[in-house]
Design a protein around this ligand. Sequence first.
Ligand code: DC
Length: 229
Amino acid sequence: MNLRKIVIAIDGYSACGKSTTAKEVAAILGFRYIDTGAMYRAVTLYFIDHHVALTNPKEVNRALQQINISFKVTKNNTSETFLNGLNVEKDIRKMRVSENVSQVSTLKEVRVAMVEQQRRMGKEKGVVMDGRDIGTVVFPQAELKLFMTADMLVRAFRRQRELLDRNQLVDLDDVMDNILQRDKIDTTRTESPLRKADDAIVIDTTHISIDEQVDEVIRLALSHMMVIR
Ligand code: DC
């Protein structure tokens, strides 16, 4: 029996545990983890810092040509995001980026550029990619598609704790407002809105631990990876 490399697409709302699960699953399977939200966040950071006018497609395109996003596995064995050679992993998680990222992600020019890069990154398979449009747009042929959800309050608590771990104390109400706002923009935008792919498996993480989420995804992944000879 051999194990083949597959593409695992994990989509879902903000703060449902997608990236935590994706990261661990990738480590266990020896796959590459690609956090596509981090790519949209890096673009947003660049746009904020360079005062790019979102309403001007020419300016947006010009800015996109100046942007190079990459991931590097750092000393502590985590994949971190680099923008034009600079480690921006911490900066892209700050509220000023979170408050603008969904708006930036509605832009067609931005999506075209990111999707192209994501397809290139996943070409060789053996990847776990999380985002909003992976199973529907980036890799509609992915062998395993998951759609993660969780109760609003649980999501807000988890995100608040995550921010606290990074020394950012944010009011629960503000965290919740930001999640609600992003859900709304992500699901109603014209360009590849967040939706469950018809063949995606739903995982509700409200009442399950990270370990249980990971176990479930590994079980599903192995069933797609096994090739009987
Ligand atoms: O996964 P995240 O919360 O870090 O994503 C940040 C934002 O990026 C999210 O609100 C919407 C956008 N995004 C997207 O439009 N498409 C993706 N594939 C991933 C993220």
